[in-house]
Design a protein around this ligand. Structure first.
Ligand SMILES: [Zn+2]
Ligand SMILES: [Zn+2]
Length: 192
């Protein structure tokens, strides 16, 4: 994917995303994905995966989507080489963005206040927690491990309560199922 104006990211930061109580990397990557799909121009992408083709088809306005698909059909960029076995230009751009955000997160961890806040209140999905643990120095990796452990224990307790209630006919608190899915495999719609 060429670096056109349409793919420049907005001013969201790890810091802002973290305050929302969900995995900040997931939130930022998903926001980036929505943004590039919405602002996609003809020639921005020549090859897309199943998930992204349908996401583009469902985006608006229809005239821009038609122009994007026309450009793909006519193969304006079909001569571009294969990039690291990822056959979708959007997946590729999103992966690059994810790496940049993980790097930003690792950098923020160097600030004691950030690390302390994360340790007490932070949320990370299991996938991004694992990536960060491999990337960070030992001291910071331990904090991340503690955060995902805390998140997991909290989810286990909430799910046990939810399952018991659901068995006796209660349906309240179903949002916990979405939170569990998010923790297990990252936010909905993030392809791997
Ligand atoms: Zn995540
Ligand atoms: Zn894709």
């Amino acid at each position: 994917m060429k670096k056109s104006e349409s793919l420049v990211t907005t001013g969201n930061t790890v810091l802002l995303a973290l305050a929302k109580g969900v995995c900040p990397i997931c939130s930022l990557v998903r926001a980036f994905q929505n943004e590039i799909i919405e602002r996609l121009q003809p020639n921005d992408a020549s090859r897309v995966c199943n998930y992204h083709a349908w996401a583009i088809a469902a985006s608006a306005p229809a005239s821009s989507v038609a122009a994007v698909f026309l450009s793909m059909l006519r193969g304006a960029n079909s001569e571009k080489g294969q990039k690291e076995h990822i056959d979708c230009d959007l997946c590729w751009a999103i992966r690059e963005h994810e790496m940049a955000r993980l790097h930003e997160f690792a950098h923020e961890m160097q600030r004691r206040k950030f690390a302390e806040w994360l340790e007490r209140f932070g949320t990370l999905c299991r996938f991004h927690g694992a990536v960060l643990r491999r990337k960070l120095p030992e001291e910071h990796a331990q904090i991340v491990a503690k955060v995902t452990e805390n998140n997991q224990h909290q989810l286990e307790e909430l799910l046990e309560t939810f399952a018991a209630q659901a068995q006796s006919g209660g349906h309240a608190g179903g949002g916990i199922l979405g939170r569990a899915a998010e923790f297990l495999v990252a936010q909905r719609g993030l392809t791997r």
